[in-house]
Write a protein that binds this ligand. Structure first.
Ligand code: PGA
Length: 248
């Protein structure tokens, strides 16, 4: 049985004090151990949020990570720094990072490997544009992204990876993929994992859906057999919405 994982991606929202106040109000959500709850917060808030979550089961995630441990990379944050804070997860290859900060499949792969080497679990994002969906090249795009992201990743390491299928056209737009379409793509991704590794790992790997997940569609999405969780932007910023998502 794959344990569902609901992760909030705050993106560039909430100051440190706002973030701490927020997790104070939601930290009891970690009491339900049937679901893994993660909050991915801005770098500057990680330490304070971590302290606030000390006695909670809620996991902490970063929204990015650099692949080197240190060096002349102005403005970047290394896995060693994140590890010292006690970060559990790092989102890697979010479409906003790929689009606005020129992240490529190659840097995503480096980040995945570095993150694993430092015991930080990657949440690896893939997804197609509307154009790619309409011209039927979505699966090809996803296949390339998955194959490149997981290059030289061993089966053992694969056990520590979470994948997130996020169609770009559904992010922050209020449009969601139908739950059937999302499930179809996620099942396709699961097959790619089976082909690359084996049946066992493909049944074990958790694959989230992301893109305008809200309280009114989360149940339907989570009822799909291959969807193991949600990566949530907008609705993760509001206490009541996030609570409903976790209780899908
Ligand atoms: P959204 O964002 O829920 O606001 O669509 C999802 C994401 O970018 O992970």
């Amino acid at each position: 049985m794959r344990r569902p994982i609901i992760a909030g991606n705050w993106k560039m929202n909430k100051t440190i004090s706002e973030g701490v106040d927020f997790v104070k109000e939601i930290k009891h959500l970690g009491d339900n151990t049937d679901v893994e709850v993660v909050v991915c917060v801005p770098f500057v808030s990680l330490l304070s949020v971590k302290k606030e979550l000390e006695a909670s089961n809620i996991k902490l995630g970063a929204q990015n990570i650099h692949f080197e441990e240190n060096g002349a990379y102005t403005g970047e944050i290394s896995p060693l720094m994140l590890k010292e804070i006690g970060v559990d997860y790092a989102i890697i290859g979010h479409s906003e990072r790929r689009e606005y900060f020129n992240e490529t499949n190659e840097t995503v792969n480096k980040k995945v490997k570095s993150s694993l080497a430092h015991d930080i679990k990657p949440i690896v994002c893939v997804g197609e544009t509307l154009e790619e969906r309409e011209d039927n090249s979505a699966k090809e795009k996803i296949k390339t992204q998955i194959t490149k992201a997981l290059e030289d990743v061993s089966k053992d390491d694969m056990k520590n990876i979470v994948l997130a299928y996020e169609p770009i056209w559904a992010i922050g737009t209020g449009k969601t993929a139908s739950s059937e379409d999302a499930n179809e793509m996620i099942s396709y991704i699961r097959n790619l994992i089976r082909d690359k590794y084996d049946e066992e790992i493909s049944e074990e790997v958790r694959i989230q859906y992301g893109g305008s997940v809200k309280p009114n569609n989360v149940t339907e999405i989570m009822n799909e057999p291959d969807i193991d969780g949600a990566l949530v932007g907008g609705a993760s910023l509001k206490k009541d919405d996030f609570t409903e998502l976790v209780r899908f």
